[in-house]
Write a protein that binds this ligand. Sequence first.
Ligand code: ZN
Length: 334
Amino acid sequence: MAFLRRHKPAAMLILLALLVLLPLAVLAEKGYVNVSAVVLRSSASKTSAALQSLPRGTTVNITGASGDWYRVTYGKYKGYVMKRYIDKNASSSSQKTTTAKKTTTTRKTTTREEARAALLRKLNKIGKPKACAPGTSGSNVRKLQRCLQALGYYKGKIDGKYGTSTRNAVARLQRAYGLTASGVATRQAIAAMFGQKLKEDFVTERLDWFKNVYLIPKGAVFTVKDCRTGKTFQAKRWSGANHMDSMPLTKADTAVMRSLYGQWSWRRRSILVKYNGHVYAASMNGMPHGTTTIKNNGFPGHFCIHFYKSKTHGSKRVDPTHQNCVAIAMHYKW
Ligand SMILES: [Zn+2]
């Protein structure tokens, strides 16, 4: 107390410094997204503009707090995320969990993919049968029976006769693949056996954006087909909450995209996006902007892909030109 009385101004200064610096020291820490995705907002309100969507495990720098929200920085962005979706200094726990989960998923996928690849090798060894109908016989039917057997749909004799048991096996396969269970070995049924889909089987779908924001997840690689020219290139989803921010996968993909535009422009083009066995009507612009996330693809930034009812970044409005392109794309098939 004597110190305080004698050196009141100095003590006050130290106290003040502590008051200012302590919270800073506490708050200048890292946070980790603990849900599948969280929206980075421009202010501490659920109705404020969405700047980015951050996937699980994303590291942000916590620079402050406001009610239920943390003020954070993420790359070039400064914004707010809800506290409950952020683990503070939990790098070891949350990230380890994420990594462990990822490893398990990858292992499962690998095993499944390996099994599928082995089966496909077996089928290719047998050879692809031609389309045929019940009542026929011969080597082609034998091939069909062997394929059905390899896939577990046929338990009868490999006798080359397209009888009831073969017909039932084909019908079971068709049912399993969501096809009409006619029992006739159509081109479509045979393609399905070999894990393929015929060009004419792809139906262009309308993707209602805000109901399916993560149908094409972040990091997903998909194929873009330009409706007017039929040219295709591969692209990867980077981020985006109002629409899908993407970038061409490689330099070669950038070159194809560039050839559609001549010179980079915001002009919208009708496109089809093919991902995971589905084709979606969409619209893109051709202007590299913002964050660059793939190195060596020759594309300085990312571009925007819009779907039905998606919105623009800044103004958060449904862009009529993009929507018009999406509507046009609905008339195209892959
Ligand atoms: Zn965008």
